[in-house]
Ligand binder design. Structure first.
Ligand code: HEM
Length: 408
């Protein structure tokens, strides 16, 4: 048997397809291990992940996503024009975290989210109208990608016509984070990163002059005459992060959900006949196929987890996708069951102070997406002549292509 620590690579083809047998072995044999390939300590058990999430003093989120600490000189040269550090909510610790989170609390209030339901349904319908006569489509490219993309644009208050450009820049940001791409590509992405910063800085200045009913207006710093207790740098970084956080993750939820449900015909039939089962079904989807596979932390003091000491200064990767299949927490964890009573206990939205601030929106988007797909595409099924393709990302789990068909 190969060594778990050197074998772990979420982007390897076998692990892209089905990483769960390996995760089960990790939880059993090496619940916490060092991955030399990624220079990370991987934490795989539910209890240990929860411990890390709770202990913000020992496990810092500052710079958690910032793999620009040691960029290649050519990349560094381009990034010299960027803010020196990326200051977003998800990458902050107390006490800054509470200050920034309060701004998001207002921006993503339950009221504001609930009010989006009619627009969401119209947008889902308009997308379905675009392919309904074809009898087949790539769910990701035609639907699951655009729906949350348009909605996050609406929320931020930027034109939907900018979505594709923002998505490309956001991909650049993701690529820079993993820093495994060829240097040429990293340099190109660094230019995209700078352009995205500039875009949101200009948008914020525009909101300062002409406030609107949108999230960007709520991010305008007090120092610029707005209401947010943020610096300009924080406002720009948070706007950038929000686009990525509110977009690719929900694409994953919709794609992973349809795949799981269509592979379980009895359960698909059950939600078709009774859509009120959808909210719990979506929690189970999040548990079974977490759109964010895991997240990073910096270890601030030597800390033991499951008997293994993580050294001060190292980086940890908390693998939600493994914690969500932990047999000490969930009975028959590999069984997809839309009726599972404790599905909600999953870690897919994190836990503790960083618990996903967009969770309500993501769940609403998921529910409306499925309601409209169920209503409008009779006989919906996975195509057998074309295989789905997973996205080769370290942190995210989802499809690049998911070919589906239905009866016209
Ligand atoms: C299915 C979709 C989604 C998933 C699986 C997801 C997952 C997560 C996870 C795991 C975290 C915690 C990270 C940590 O512990 O460090 C998080 C935080 C966050 N999410 Fe989401 N998310 C989703 C959708 C959204 C949406 C739609 C938005 C915005 C509209 C959003 C915005 C955020 C923000 C701003 C944070 C940082 C919260 C904090 O640090 O206090 N997410 N999300």
């Amino acid at each position: 048997m190969n060594d778990i620590s050197t074998h772990f690579n979420p982007m390897a083809p076998d692990q892209l397809h089905d990483p769960y047998p390996l995760y089960a072995r990790m939880r059993r044999e090496r619940p916490v291990f060092y991955s030399p390939m990624f220079d990370l300590w991987v934490v795989t058990r539910y209890a240990d992940i929860s411990e890390v999430e709770k202990d913000t003093a020992r496990f810092s989120s500052v710079g958690a996503l910032d793999a620009r600490a040691e960029p290649h000189p050519e990349v560094r040269a381009v990034l010299a024009q960027a803010y020196p550090r990326f200051l977003s909510l998800v990458q902050s610790d107390p006490p800054d975290h509470a200050r920034v989170r309060a701004v998001f609390g207002r921006a993503l209030s339950a009221q504001r989210i609930a009010a989006m339901e009619p627009t969401l349904r119209e947008t889902a319908d308009a997308l379905i109208d675009g392919f309904i006569r074809d009898g087949k489509a790539d769910l990701i490219q035609r639907f699951a990608y655009a729906l949350p993309g348009f909605i996050i644009c609406d929320l931020l208050g930027v034109p939907r016509s900018d979505m594709e450009q923002l998505k490309r820049w956001s991909d650049d940001k993701t690529l820079l984070m993993s820093a495994t791409a060829p240097i040429e590509q990293q340099v190109q992405s660094a230019h995209g990163f700078i352009a995205m910063e500039r875009y949101f800085r200009e948008q914020l200045h525009e909101r300062r002059r002409h406030p609107r009913e949108d999230l960007l207006t709520l991010l305008v710093p007090q120092s610029m005459g707005g209401t947010a207790p943020l610096s300009e740098q924080e406002a720009v970084c948070n706007a950038m992060d929000l686009f990525a956080a509110g977009h690719e993750t929900t694409t994953g939820l919709i794609g992973n959900g349809l795949w799981l449900l269509l592979n379980a015909p009895e359960q698909w039939k059950a939600v078709r006949e009774d859509p009120s089962l959808l909210p719990n079904a979506l929690e189970e989807v999040l548990r079974m196929e977490s759109p964010i596979r895991g997240f990073f932390r910096t270890v601030m003091a030597d800390t033991a987890l499951s008997g293994v000491t993580l050294p001060k200064g190292s980086r940890a990767f908390i693998l939600y996708a493994s914690g969500n299949r932990d047999e000490t927490q969930f009975t028959e964890p590999d069984r997809f069951d839309i009726h599972r009573a404790d599905a909600k206990k999953h870690l897919a939205f994190g836990k503790g102070i960083h618990f996903c601030v967009g969770a309500q929106l993501a769940k609403l988007e998921g529910r409306i997406a499925f309601e409209q797909l169920l209503r409008r595409l009779p006989g919906l099924r996975l195509r057998t002549d074309e295989a789905p393709v997973f996205r080769p990302y370290f942190m995210l789990r989802g499809f690049e292509h998911l070919p589906i068909a239905w009866d016209v």
